[in-house]
Design a protein around this ligand. Structure first.
Ligand code: PLP
Length: 328
């Protein structure tokens, strides 16, 4: 039975409806709410890096850094928050909490600020200074977990915090919340289908929570069951490519379904870094390392084809990794 604490108050309902009205008007009169700028990112075609490929092979990158928070994670964060609002699970008295080492945290933080919710994020202490500063700029509270335990340590800690005080929080739980992959099923997948005029043959994406790959692939497979789905992971548990998980040794996300994946390719941080550098220097795309990893694999796949349309997900830009780049 629903308790009074769970039920959205009249004020909150009014707030949600008013926000919807503002956004609806924005659609008619031009962009007003930043929330409407989530998604509809460009699909960019590779030029110089694909020059040696057969004429019938095209390679594209889905430029997710065009989202307002600078990453692909704006999509699931927005859907997780808005579905929880509609179900009455997220009310103004609740604090949005999750474990995240970066992009999802930034997404919760700016969306929470815009909508008036408090946001608490649990992350390993060794997350880059840029990330911590960006999150604090949006007013998020940060709780640090043992850096030696990586993202799994943050996951264990957030579960403990929520278990100790369940009524205080809305636990967004990006690793197990189906609204994560559904965000991509309803937005990323249809966008790629439309932007390639239904010609996509191969989808390549890194897996962290796996929401991007699961949701996008499920939609695309529904449109064409022959589309190949290729997952990208770091080569082993010690290889760090921010945002990506080595599934064999990590806590496997509840939303991860290996049945959807045709092939998993493992990439070293050096390969990811080198491709990110080439994308910046030869294409003018300043991307993060997980984007470098995905494009490394996309080009490998493209080289094995005579004809095809390969799409790689490029989750974020390189600006959050500046401190990891070697000095000039
Ligand atoms: C930089 C980066 N790349 C890739 C991913 C993986 O995306 P997903 O969690 O949808 O698998 C993430 C997720 O946080 C990320 O931040």
């Amino acid at each position: 039975m629903k308790t009074l604490v769970d039920a959205p108050t009249i004020d909150h309902r009014v707030h949600i409806v008013r926000e919807r009205v503002v956004r609806h008007e924005a659609l008619i009169h031009g962009p007003v709410s930043l929330l409407d700028r989530v998604g509809n990112t460009p699909l960019l075609r590779l030029h110089r890096l694909s020059a040696d490929l057969p004429a019938g092979v095209e390679v594209y990158g889905k430029a997710e850094w065009f989202n307002p928070g600078g990453s692909v994670k704006d999509r699931p964060a927005l859907r997780i928050i808005e579905v929880a609002e509609q179900r009455g699970q997220l009310t103004p008295d609740k604090i949005i909490i999750d474990s995240t080492s970066g992009n999802t945290g930034i997404a919760y933080a700016w969306i929470g600020a815009l909508k008036g919710y408090r946001v608490t994020l649990v992350m390993p202490e060794n997350v880059s200074e840029e990330r911590k500063k960006i999150l604090r700029a949006f007013g998020a509270e940060l709780i640090f977990s043992d850096p030696l335990e990586g993202s799994d340590g943050a996951l264990r800690l957030v579960r403990q915090i929520v278990a100790e005080n369940p009524d205080r929080y809305f636990y967004a739980d990006q690793y197990n919340n189906p609204e994560n992959w559904r965000a991509h099923f309803h937005t990323t997948g249809p966008e790629i289908w439309a932007q390639t005029q239904g010609r996509i043959t191969h989808l390549v994406a890194g897996v962290g929570t796996s929401g991007t790959l699961m949701g996008t692939a499920r939609f695309l497979r529904q449109m064409n069951p022959d589309i190949a789905v290729i997952a990208v992971e770091p080569e082993d548990e010690l290889a760090i490519i921010e945002g990506l998980k080595h599934m064999e040794t990590a806590i496997v996300p509840g939303i991860y379904d290996p049945e959807i994946i045709d092939r998993t390719v493992h990439v070293s941080p050096e390969q990811a870094y080198r491709m990110a550098q080439r994308l910046a220097r030869e294409e003018g795309w300043f991307v993060g390392f997980s984007a470098g990893a995905a494009m490394h694999v996309a080009l490998e796949v493209a080289r094995s084809l005579e004809e095809g349309v390969v799409v790689a997900m490029l989750p974020d830009s390189g600006t959050k990794y500046l401190s990891l780049l070697p000095p000039a």
